[in-house]
Design a binder for this molecule. Structure first.
Ligand SMILES: NC(=O)c1ccc[n+]([C@@H]2O[C@H](COP(=O)([O-])OP(=O)(O)OC[C@H]3O[C@@H](n4cnc5c(N)ncnc54)[C@H](OP(=O)(O)O)[C@@H]3O)[C@@H](O)[C@H]2O)c1
Length: 164
């Protein structure tokens, strides 16, 4: 399955000054870890280089999308993807790893290019107010149906699944 996991504040903000807001939620961290461990994670170069990110994400195959030559030999990256056609690249990953999920972890730049093949979106909405300068656009989930919804165990947010 090709799916997305992403976290936002209540106005769909997901990033501030080039880094992810510090959600300070151990439950969200645990949920992200459990949803991605053992799987293939795909991210853009800006997400890969975000100081908030652990590089590489352990126990996962780390795929980074970039046009930059200097990342070719970055030994922590399992696959460097540098194609304009990310849809085909996601299908290729699916064929290469038939027993694993392809989990796109952001940012929006990468998610938006992969939309035609994304079957499930797991969105964590954090309740507190966070300063952000990048927001997900309205309406991008049109065409998806509502799946499971549950509160994070630490009460700091909720998880909403959207399924195609
Ligand atoms: N809240 C969350 O859950 C969450 C999750 C992930 C990220 N974030 C935040 O989101 C921000 C980054 O998101 P973003 O959308 O701006 O950037 P991004 O998706 O992380 O990375 C974009 C970069 O990917 C490369 N790229 C994109 N399409 C490509 C293609 N078709 N072929 C080759 N390379 C391609 C380009 O890098 P090059 O210039 O290297 O070619 C581009 O600048 C960061 O602040 C990050 O912390 C938040």
């Amino acid at each position: 399955m090709i799916r997305v996991i992403f976290a936002v504040e209540t106005h769909m903000g997901y990033s501030n000054k080039g880094t992810m807001p510090d959600w300070k939620s151990t439950a969200d961290f645990k949920h992200f870890k459990e949803s991605t461990e053992g799987q293939i994670v795909v991210m853009g170069s800006k997400t890969w280089e975000d100081p908030m990110m652990k590089r590489p994400l352990p126990n996962r195959i780390n795929c980074v999308v970039s046009t930059r030559d200097d990342l070719i030999n970055a030994d922590k990256i399992n696959h460097l993807i540098s194609s304009q056609d990310l849809v085909s690249q996601m299908r290729l990953l699916e064929r290469t790893y038939p027993n694993k999920d392809i989990v796109i972890i952001g940012g929006w730049n990468i998610i938006s290019q992969c939309l035609p093949v994304i079957e499930k979106v797991t969105l964590t909405v954090m309740y507190e107010k966070y300063e952000t300068d990048k927001r997900l656009p309205l309406g991008w989930l049109i065409g998806y149906g509502l799946g499971k919804t549950f509160k994070l165990s630490d009460g700091k947010g909720k998880v909403v699944e959207y399924i195609k």
